[in-house]
Design a protein around this ligand. Structure first.
Ligand code: GLU
Length: 420
């Protein structure tokens, strides 16, 4: 990540704009500008060769006004505290915009997990969990998967936490394996939510879904599922990418085949994919390719002012957190692009995390149709609220979403007051 880009400042700028539109006094929202708690930990791991390496880890709790803090844990070599602070704040806004009873938090370890063996990764996860233990718990702060973490990692966190407590505590994390209290539908939930939001926005602006050309940056859990589900809905997926680069086919890619290729046990990447009519492109090319819908589903800071004016897509659905910079956003607005913002577009994951936590607390298990139906209902309700807010204020969907979210957070804070 470039040093000049600070995601926390990006977040603060958007917050200020929304607070202004809501006519808020500084007193109303000043607390939202600061995370409630930041914990930085040094995580030692005895590596397979006997050497000891120390990794930096973080857990940030942005807000607990509306409920326990909620948010993922990412493993990435480039993370820093500003990124985690921004991601924690975005979680507060995300939970507020879909109106689930959580605040926001986020955690990270500065590590490239591809460099670690499975055994080292497990030790890292267990030690990191032990070090953030005083902060987490089903009624205080509930981690979940994020970039480079998955159900297995959540399972290790749940087990470590439970060992310290002396009894099993499934509700301490979400996105767990199904066999240890995970929810059906959780793994696909973020991508499914992205599909619902793409469908809704196309409907609102009078574009058909059948034959609509879609480009997806990132073929991880979010991008891969969104591409698959949108393909099922009738969209033509013309371009996809991963860390190794992208592929493009104007008549549509074979999404199922690409996903099976990427799922290969030898860890295949798109650079190695070959099929008739498929051209190899860079990640940068993908963002500016000829298409109707662009779905950035990788990391922050992808759509920058350098490329914003070259984007051809009419609609952008932000599967990733913070993919668009404030400067790029202004350019996109000028070019009349319709953006479904991250805090709404990718909220499907945390919505089903909420269902998982509810199931854990009640010791119940919902079937998958029930999960997907409830997810769709919440996502569409939130979309409609944001859409109405945008129209009432003659603003963008991003501002509409922030206005809905901040209004809810400010109201909760006002009722609770400032302690003591
Ligand atoms: N990491 C996901 C996100 O950014 C999911 C968080 C959660 O389920 O708590 O929304």
């Amino acid at each position: 990540m470039s040093k000049s880009y600070n995601p926390y400042n990006n977040m603060l700028e958007v917050l200020e704009q929304a607070a202004k539109l809501l006519d808020l006094e500084e007193n109303d929202y000043v607390t939202i500008k600061y995370p409630e708690r930041e914990l930085k930990v040094a995580v030692p791991v005895e590596m397979d060769d006997g050497s000891i390496r120390v990794f930096e880890g973080y857990r940030v709790q942005h807000s607990s006004s509306r409920g326990p803090c909620k948010g993922g844990i990412r493993y990435h070599q480039d993370v820093d505290i500003d990124e985690v602070k921004a991601l924690a704040a975005w979680m507060s806004f995300k939970c507020a915009v879909v109106n689930i009873p959580y605040g926001g938090g986020k955690g990270a370890v500065k590590v490239d997990p591809k460099e670690l063996s499975k055994n080292e990764l497990k030790k890292l996860t267990r030690r990191y969990t032990a070090m953030i233990l005083p902060l987490i718990g089903p009624e205080r702060d509930i981690p979940a998967p994020d970039v480079n973490t998955d159900a297995e990692v959540m399972g290790w966190i749940m087990d470590t936490y439970s060992m310290f407590k002396g009894y099993t505590v499934p509700g301490v994390v979400t996105g767990k394996p199904i066999d240890m209290g995970g929810s059906l539908g959780r793994r696909e939930a973020t991508g499914r939510g992205v599909m619902f939001m793409t469908r809704e926005i196309l409907h609102r602006i009078g574009m058909p879904i059948i034959g609509t050309k879609v480009a997806v940056q990132g073929m991880g859990n979010v991008g891969g599922t969104a591409a698959r589900l949108l393909h099922h809905e009738g969209c033509k997926i013309v371009a996809v990418s991963d860390v190794s680069g992208g592929i493009y086919c104007n008549t549509g890619l074979n999404v199922e085949e690409i996903l099976s290729f990427l799922a290969h046990k030898d860890g295949k990447v798109l650079r190695d994919y070959d099929a008739p009519g498929v051209a190899h492109i860079s990640n940068q090319d993908l963002l500016t390719i000829e298409c109707d819908v662009l779905i950035p589903a990788a990391l922050e800071n992808q759509i920058t002012e350098r490329i914003a004016a070259d984007i051809k897509a009419t609609v952008i659905v932000e599967g990733a957190n913070g993919p668009t910079t404030v400067e790029a956003d202004k350019i996109l607005e000028k070019h009349n692009k319709m953006i479904v913002p991250d805090i709404l577009a990718n909220a499907g994951g945390v919505v089903v995390s909420y269902f998982e936590w509810v199931q854990n607390i009640q010791s119940l298990m919902w079937d998958e149709e029930e999960v997907n139906r409830a997810l769709e209902k919440i996502m569409i309700r939130a979309f409609n609220e944001v859409w109405d807010k945008k129209n009432e204020n003659n603003t963008t969907m991003r501002m509409g979403a922030y206005m809905v979210a901040i209004d809810r957070m400010v109201r909760a804070k006002r009722i609770r007051g400032v302690f003591p």
